[in-house]
Design a protein around this ligand. Sequence first.
Ligand code: DX5
Ligand code: ZN
Length: 214
Amino acid sequence: MTKLYPSLLSADFLNLQQELNALEEAGVDGVHFDVMDGQFVPNISIGLPILDSVRKGTDLPIDVHLMIEEPEKYVELFAEHGADMISVHVEATPHIHRVVEQIKNKNVKAGVVINPGTPVHAICPILNMVDYVLVMTVNPGFGGQTFIDGCVEKLDQLSEIKKVHGLNFDIEVDGGINDTTVESVVSHGATMLVAGSYFFKHEDYKTVTNILKG
Ligand code: DX5
Ligand code: ZN
């Protein structure tokens, strides 16, 4: 079954504990935690102090998506502050292999992310090392953007690579996921969904969880 990680970027930060309780009750698989530095992406979001609070507030797995320059300087810290999974953009570092090793050495699941303009072949050399690949289906930096259809063919390419090489990584999608786009990403091989604005606009998180997980 497809796993669902709502993006806390669209949650109510004034009532974070209630939000986390409601997510647990709804049966989501974890929470997605978007870190933006104002350099790699043109926006600044949340960091370690909020991660500490989320870690205290839930036992759900926390999937940290680092949209930051020089991720090698920070991955250990995010692991020590409670991340269960950490993904880094291949575009953000010349040393993606080393950063993935750093994450794995902290006993945290390691993911690599590709922007809409980055081809799958940019990450081929490290696909046998990662636990998941995050295919951005919008340009990172903001919630509430429109899904980019052209990204779907990357899901086919990654599914084919998994089959041919007997690899087992999850394929995560992030950006513009809603009741209409979910069908195409899942049918093309996505196994993990991130949803922000579409998820949190619902009053009832159980209903939207069921819609997205199918
Ligand atoms: C965008 C972030 C996403 C964002 C998704 O840069 O990485 O995780 O919260 O939001 P929606 O689902 O609204 O596109
Ligand atoms: Zn994200």
